[in-house]
Design a protein around this ligand. Structure first.
Ligand SMILES: [Zn+2]
Length: 272
């Protein structure tokens, strides 16, 4: 599944292809993916106008045009690739964006959990309005999390994976950053100290940024030769390492279930 680093890399890869470029035509091959595609709004809002910028909120990409923005989400299996023409090359090609520069971007999503939506300028969108802080934003600091977690009785693991609070943190990144921050996943979020939140945010940002750095910065780097997305190797210390020695203290890593998902951690290094 594309995680935040893959989406951020896609954003960076799309910038030279789409920013300040004019869309000539959009072809849709379905009326819906996860949600109905607002084809009329997208055509009216995007064609013949330059894309002024591409931003990201969590795992959503926004391509900004003068009257609004297209919202893209890759879901479980989505990807955006460049092909030499507007002709779909796969059964699961749902849309093709044809730029005046001769670039064709194909949106492909076999499992159809992704989405292509439109938001009018200054109107917001229900999917975006409920999103919490983006972990890579400069304003998302340990202090900001400490304030948000005030009186929160939920375990820190649930807290950081709740997209209404912190958006785009998948299970791998949650487990690894709690390990690096020395935090027990069952700890009540409201009882984590400012110092601990600060250490945790430093770890989380570093893991995400390292993952982005390992992924390359162009679409060519992003996708492997057979055009499958290159999911990034994260240097894993605990995730998926049940019974293997902790890299710090050699105690076997344990796996626990929290809200139906596996949590991997070291009982010694993450005592608190
Ligand atoms: Zn340990």
């Amino acid at each position: 599944m594309p995680e935040l680093p893959e989406v951020e890399t896609l954003r960076r890869a799309l910038l030279p292809l789409a920013k300040n470029k004019i869309l000539k035509e959009i072809k849709f091959f379905r009326k819906d993916i996860r949600f109905p595609i607002p084809t009329k709004d997208l055509r009216e809002g995007l064609t013949g106008k330059p894309i002024s910028d591409i931003s990201r909120r969590g795992k959503y990409l926004l391509l900004h045009a003068p009257t609004g923005a297209m919202i893209l989400h890759l879901g479980m299996s989505g990807r955006v690739v460049q092909h030499p023409s507007i002709q779909p090359v796969e059964k699961h090609t749902h849309a093709v964006f044809h730029f005046e520069t001769g670039t064709f971007l194909h949106f492909i999503d076999p499992r159809r959990f992704g989405c292509i939506l439109w938001t009018h300028k200054n109107e917001g969108h229900p999917l975006l309005d409920s999103l919490g802080m983006d972990p890579l934003d400069d304003t998302t600091t340990g202090k900001a999390l400490k304030v948000m977690a005030r009186k929160c009785k939920a375990p820190i693991k649930s807290f950081i994976m709740d997209s209404k609070r912190l958006t785009g943190v998948g299970n791998i990144y949650a487990c690894e950053s709690m390990f690096q921050g020395g935090l027990n996943p069952r700890r009540q979020a409201g009882k984590v100290t400012l110092r601990e939140w600060e250490n945790f945010m430093i770890s989380l940002k570093a893991i995400l940024n390292n993952s982005i750095a390992s992924g390359g910065t162009t679409l060519r780097d992003f996708f492997t030769a057979d055009n499958t997305p290159g999911y990034y190797a994260v240097n894993l210390s605990v995730y998926g390492k049940e019974n293997q020695p902790c890299p710090i203290c050699a105690t076997p890593i344990v796996r626990a279930l929290q809200t139906g998902r596996s949590t991997f951690y070291c009982k010694v290094c993450q005592k608190k």
